[in-house]
Design a binder for this molecule. Structure first.
Ligand code: RAT
Ligand code: ZN
Length: 417
């Protein structure tokens, strides 16, 4: 046993966090085979929709005028407003600088052209290797939407061969817009009706089964509004209980729910126009209890929901809480939430995912998260030491590897890829 001394604890935690391979269980990035769906490089990094929203805090420019600009002009405008005219203190602003720094660039001269030049010296494939090596991420799970024509084409042509990118079958259009999506299902050869009769239910199950298998999806996923309820007399609730949960159970994959998003409260902002609302954990309690053979991966968007979500996980072992999602992914909130989850759940959760939309973001999202998670862990292990308990280096490594990836793999019942 190699025991860690109190004064070595910060270093030991930092070392274990740096050594633990990360499985990033929810992202929006893609492997090179998906072509333009993979966003990378500084122009994409700086026009991230979190930064688009922040940009409009500082300019009266009409929304449509911004969106009419080309990517490069948009990037230059954001660089001016959010970096040169105002100090980049927000989490998304700081993230750009952490990323550039870690890629070996000097941000002090504020030379945007130099960042561009650096990125243009890579191919997409080389950049993927660089970012994975720099961020310490081993596996990312994509968000794969079979209703997106560009994605469909790749999957129908046989998929992609990069093991670092694993799939998640995302079914928002099915669950949140069945009135429209059933027409597409029909076009694709599924004999479905608008009304969920017995034949339609079977056909939707066939659709889910076929796509989950085609993608080798590690889970099925959906994002949901604060008003989300199960059971209720709605198409979505019936689809979940009669189609999604039976197929998830049959394929032995979790159903991931990301709950609490109010879509397009400002439609003119596009992806940047979504907001947050408080939800109820009651639907979750109902599903975890009624379907013990199903596994649920859940994150919630409102700060107000974090405590009851952790309590719900104490009641149901088929529920794995994950990540500090979107507006929660800020150091002050990650710290508060991680502390609370450790106190309520011990090590049995996944503290973070990146939600990266641009490949480069893996660098900062994981560096910032590691720092905050590390700070909380140092406090918690020192509290342990104060009782006389010893902290062994190997046990520390095991615990941290669990938080950064192994807990997820154990929950899905697969070996880390
Ligand atoms: O975090 C984000 O980028 C959001 O726009 C959403 O994509 C959200 O994470 C989601 O998966 O729906
Ligand atoms: Zn997301």
């Amino acid at each position: 046993m190699a025991l860690v001394k109190r004064e070595q604890l910060p270093q030991a935690v930092e070392g274990a966090l740096a050594a633990a391979p990360v499985t990033d269980l929810h992202t929006h990035i893609y492997s090179a085979a998906f072509g333009d769906l993979l966003l990378w490089g500084v122009d994409e990094l700086i026009t991230y929709h979190y930064l688009i929203a922040e940009n409009f805090r500082y300019t009266g420019m009409p929304f449509a005028q911004y969106f009419r600009l080309g990517k490069k002009e948009q990037a230059e405008l954001i660089w001016q407003n959010l970096f040169l005219d105002n100090s980049p203190l927000s989490e998304a602003q700081r993230g750009v600088l952490t990323t550039l720094k870690r890629l070996g660039l000097d941000v002090a001269p504020r030379n945007f052209a130099a960042f561009r030049e650096f990125c243009s010296s890579f191919t997409a494939g080389q950049y993927i290797d660089k970012i994975f090596a720099t961020s310490g991420v081993k596996t990312v799970i994509m968000t794969n939407d079979p209703f997106d024509a560009r994605e469909r084409a790749v999957w129908l042509a046989g998929g992609h061969g990069d093991k670092r990118f694993q799939a998640a079958l995302r079914i928002d259009p099915l669950l949140n817009g069945y009135d429209q999506s059933y027409l597409l299902l029909r076009e694709w050869g599924y004999a479905v009706e608008k009304r969920l009769d017995a034949k339609t239910v079977e056909e939707i199950k066939r659709f889910l089964r076929e796509w989950a298998q085609r993608m080798k999806a590690l889970y099925m996923a959906v994002s949901l509004p604060p008003t989300f309820a199960v059971p209720e007399d709605s198409t979505r609730s019936r689809l979940i209980e009669e189609c999604v949960l039976p197929v998830a159970c049959e394929l032995d994959i979790p159903f991931a729910m990301m709950i609490g998003v109010n879509k397009r409260v400002n439609d003119k902002l596009g992806d940047a126009g979504d907001s947050v609302g408080k939800s109820s954990v009651r639907p979750l309690e109902y599903m975890c209890e009624k379907y013990p053979e199903n596994k649920f991966l859940v994150t919630m968007l409102a700060r107000e929901n974090q405590h009851e979500l952790a309590v719900t996980a104490r009641k149901f072992r088929n529920l794995l809480v994950f990540g500090c999602w979107w507006f929660m992914n800020n150091p002050s909130l990650v710290e508060e939430i991680t502390r609370m989850r450790l106190e309520l759940l011990g090590l049995s959760f996944v503290p973070q995912h990146s939600d990266a939309r641009i490949l480069d973001q893996l660098v900062y999202k994981w560096e910032h998260s590691r720092r905050t998670i590390g700070k909380v862990l140092v406090d918690k292990y020192s509290d342990l030491m104060a009782t006389g308990w010893t902290v062994d280096e190997a046990e520390l490594g095991r615990d941290i590897a669990g938080l950064m990836g192994d807990n997820f793999w154990k929950f899905v019942g697969k070996k880390p890829l």
